[in-house]
Design a protein around this ligand. Structure first.
Ligand SMILES: [Zn+2]
Length: 300
């Protein structure tokens, strides 16, 4: 089962982008059996979001950091709505301000129609001191639509019935996806550059062996590679996505705090986390416990 799950993930990883339509994934929901868990703090964010080479050039290193919004004029109006929704929360404003006034890191945000309902973060660059100085968040041109699978996206997926009942609008979904991507940036900013490069280098080697050895994850060569990288490609990938989801949940915690349905939303997130991400539950539970909402709901 684990091998099949690995194979399935390899297929997904070839897409590089996080968004996978629900139906396709749910038709093959893999059994979940991961290890490892972290407590959510800003310092603990730090896994990369793309298996693409790290030093691909996108922009010249900037003298100072900030957020650069490179939005085509035809997407400006909708982007403004999504951004306004993100900034309607304390956490959204705090994270935006932090990066808008960052001394080094330049985050470029762009809208691209090629993966319309998805989003991704990549094009990372580091300075000579090993500090992250550039990242690009790419939002799909219809990022306010489409709910990814609950298997790896328990937070974004949980919103679906609430939009169906007109309790939230598409811009909440878009802003949640923005928060997910900010989670990736935070996590990689805390990841050593050398580890990122090592993983980028070893993941393809791991996958090549895996595909040629009968999908045997117990192959000593794979065990050794996983030890060097800090996990199998699947484990690295899911840990990264669940950090994105943790930040998405932080945003939603603020966004729906005063809504009567907020415990129902948290209940759906909890159910998916328990079913598919049990070993990562603590990072979600921390957020739920610190919710400070008008109507506290119980995680456990
Ligand atoms: Zn992601």
């Amino acid at each position: 089962m684990r091998s099949m799950r690995m194979l399935w993930l390899l297929l997904v990883l070839t897409c590089l982008l996080w968004f996978v339509p629900s139906q396709r994934v749910e038709a093959r929901q893999p059994a979940k059996a991961q290890r490892g868990s972290d407590v959510l703090t800003a310092k603990n964010f730090g896994l990369r979001t793309s298996a693409a080479p790290a030093r691909d050039s996108y922009a010249a290193p900037a003298a100072s950091g900030g957020i650069r919004e490179a939005i085509d004029i035809k997407y400006k109006e909708r982007y403004k709505e999504w951004k306004t929704e993100f900034l309607s929360t304390d956490i959204g404003r705090a994270q935006w301000e932090m990066y808008a006034h960052h001394p080094r890191l330049v985050i470029t945000i762009t809208v691209d129609p090629s993966n319309p309902q998805g989003a991704s973060t990549g094009k990372y660059k580091w300075n000579d001191s090993g500090e992250l100085v550039a990242a690009t968040i790419t939002l799909g041109s219809q990022v306010d639509q489409g709910y990814p699978s609950s298997v790896y996206y328990p937070v974004m997926n949980a919103l679906e019935p609430f939009e169906a009942k007109n309790l939230i609008g598409g811009s909440v979904l878009a802003a949640t996806k923005i928060a997910h991507e900010f989670g990736h940036v935070m996590k990689i900013a805390g990841t050593p550059e050398a580890l990122y490069h090592l993983q980028s280098q070893l993941i393809p080697a791991y996958n090549k062996i895996f595909l040629s050895n009968g999908y045997n994850v117990n192959d000593p060569r794979l065990v050794e590679l996983a030890q060097k990288m800090g996990g199998t490609p699947v484990e690295l990938w899911e840990d990264r996505e669940y950090w994105g989801e943790a930040n998405a949940m932080l945003f939603l915690r603020d966004r729906v705090a005063k809504e009567k349905f907020h415990c129902r939303l948290f209940g759906r997130i909890k159910q998916a986390v328990e079913e598919y991400a049990k070993n990562y539950e603590e990072r979600f539970a921390e957020i739920a416990k610190a919710q400070g909402a008008l109507y506290p709901c119980h995680w456990r």
